[in-house]
Design a protein around this ligand. Structure first.
Ligand SMILES: C[S@@+](CC[C@H](N)C(=O)[O-])C[C@H]1O[C@@H](n2cnc3c(N)ncnc32)[C@H](O)[C@@H]1O
Length: 272
C-alpha cells in the first residue's frame, strides 16, 4: 500500500478540523489509514489519495460525513469515572434537590454521548435515587449519526454491557434479547433523548441544563475551541449548575464563571 501523499494528509487534517473541530496531529498516517481505508474501499475507492481526490470535488456529502464519523473516537462505557457518579449522587444531586425544589425539574446533558452508556448510566443512577415526583430529563448529543443510532436503540453486546455496569443494575434495567445482546428497559429510554449536535455551534439552542457531562471530547480540539465551548456551556447552565469534564480536561482554565469543586475524589465545576 502506498503511503498517503503529504499534501493529501494536510487536506484530510483540514477537512476533519473544519467538519468536526477534531485536530489530527502530524504523523498519524497509520491511524488515518486504519480508519479511512475501509471507508474508501466501501465506496469502491482503492486508496487514500483517490479518496482525497473524491473529497476535494465536494460532490458526495455522505462520503464527507463517513470520513468524519470514521475519525471520531467513540470509546465509552457505563459509569466511566465512577467518582463522578458518586459525587453526583452524594453531593451534587442533594444540593440541586434543595435549590430546584420549587419546580422539581432537573435536566442533564450528556454532551458527546457516543453510543449512550453515559446517558443511561445517569438515568440508572437517578432511578436508583427514587426521585419519583421529579421531572428528570437527559439529553444525549453527538456529532456522529452512527453512534447516535446505536444510543437510541439502547442495545449492547455482552462485552459492552459488562463494561462498568454492576450486575444488579444490569439485571434491573436491561433485558437480555439474545445470547449476546442486551437492551435497556423503557423506564430508562423514556428519560433519555438523543440528537445530532456539533458542540462548536449554538449550544444555547439546546435549552438550559442543571448538570452537563462533557467528558473526553474537548481533548480532540485546539485550545481556542476548547475554551469557547466551555464558555458556551456556561451560558447554557442555570446559575448554580454543574459541569463535569473528563479526567484529562479538568486542568483547563475555566474562567471566572465557574468554581472548582472537589467531592468523592472527583473534580468538577459549579457555575456562578
Ligand atoms: C471518546 S467519546 C466520549 C464519550 C463519553 N462522553 C465518555 O466520556 O465516555 C468522544 C465523542 O465525541 C464526539 N465528538 C467529536 N467531535 C464532536 C463535536 N464537534 N461535537 C459533538 N461531538 C463530538 C465523538 O463522535 C465521540 O462519540
Amino acid at each position: 500500500m502506498n503511503k498517503i501523499h503529504p499534501e493529501n494528509y494536510r487536506f484530510l487534517q483540514e477537512h476533519i478540523r473544519r467538519q468536526s473541530g477534531i485536530v489530527l496531529d502530524d504523523g498519524k498516517d497509520y491511524l488515518v489509514e486504519a480508519r479511512l481505508l475501509p471507508v474508501a474501499l466501501d465506496h469502491g475507492i482503492k486508496n487514500l489519495d483517490d479518496l482525497c481526490a473524491k473529497l476535494r470535488l465536494l460532490s458526495d456529502v455522505s462520503l464527507q460525513r463517513k470520513v468524519v464519523d470514521a475519525m471520531t473516537t467513540n470509546e465509552t462505557f457505563f459509569f466511566r469515572e465512577p467518582a463522578h457518579f458518586e459525587a453526583l449522587r452524594s453531593s451534587v444531586i442533594p444540593a440541586l434537590l434543595e435549590s430546584r425544589r420549587a419546580d422539581q425539574k432537573l435536566t442533564f446533558w450528556s454532551a458527546a454521548s457516543s453510543t449512550g452508556q453515559e446517558a443511561y448510566s445517569l438515568a440508572m443512577m437517578l432511578c436508583e435515587m427514587g426521585l419519583d415526583s421529579w421531572d428528570l430529563r437527559i439529553v444525549g448529543t453527538d456529532i456522529s449519526s452512527p453512534v447516535l443510532e446505536r444510543a437510541s436503540a439502547g442495545v449492547y453486546n455482552q462485552v459492552e454491557i459488562e463494561r462498568g455496569l454492576p450486575l444488579p443494575l444490569r439485571n434491573k434495567y436491561c433485558t437480555q434479547r439474545t445470547a449476546d445482546t442486551w437492551e435497556v428497559k423503557p423506564i430508562l429510554r423514556r428519560m433519555v433523548t438523543f440528537q445530532l449536535f456539533d458542540l462548536r455551534f449554538n449550544i444555547r439552542s439546546l435549552g438550559a441544563f442543571d448538570v452537563v457531562f462533557c467528558r473526553n471530547v474537548l481533548i480532540y480540539f485546539d485550545t481556542t475551541t476548547k475554551l469557547r465551548i466551555i464558555e458556551d456551556i456556561h451560558k447554557a447552565l442555570r446559575p448554580g449548575s454543574y459541569l463535569f469534564l473528563g479526567g484529562s480536561e479538568v486542568s483547563l482554565p475555566m474562567g471566572s464563571g465557574f468554581t472548582r469543586m472537589l467531592a468523592s475524589d472527583a473534580t468538577f465545576f459549579k457555575s456562578v
